[in-house]
Ligand binder design. Sequence first.
Ligand code: C5P
Length: 225
Amino acid sequence: ALPRDLEGRHVVVSAGGTRENLDPVRYLGNRSSGRQGYALARVAAQRGARVTLVAGHTADLATPAGVDLVTAGSAAAMETAVRESAAGADAVVMAAAVADFRPVDLATDKIKRGGDEPAPLRLVQNPDILAGLVRDTPRPGQVIVGFAAETGDAEGDVLHHGRAKLTRKGCDLLVVNAVGEGKAFETPDNAGWLLARDGGEEELPMGSKALLASRIWDAVTPRLA
Ligand code: C5P
């Protein structure tokens, strides 16, 4: 049986990918299935937490029992939803793959191809929801966890990027995944490292996303205020 160590706690988990609309029929998106975030939400509920799951676009996944689902299709919608639900939360885990860029403007009509001109795509950066939450956390002592999907062949590269990202974003914990062909996205299993702001580093061996979720909550619970 799972420990009930999240009893009386409220946690927020984001999951899935955002889509940034280009015109009435097209968007910029990514391959996130939402499975890791859904597993985090399910395990937290099983461990007794009240869970708000902020979901972007996902594979066809069932909402875990006892979890409050809020849908947020774009980065802007996800920022609003995460900020609102994080207000009183003990922990926030940003497992969603949020688009880093969005089109400068949303075309009202379908974008047409034009001769030899380059594609008329102008992008602007989205706000970093995770970094913003760390900056103005509504609740001192709130534990904030980020994810980092890093490409790179050498384990050292992936860890190096992860450590730099943890420092840049300022969150308490960062889950680093090596991504690429058949790794992390659209797969049932996952592996990586869990890096802590206080210098801690543990390897998360290949296993189900539920198992990884358990390991992540194991690291969060002792840090809760
Ligand atoms: O910088 P990068 O996109 O690799 O960071 C990944 C982490 O930051 C994830 O936890 C993701 O949910 C979060 N993120 C965010 N807002 C963005 C981009 C990423 O919260 N605009």
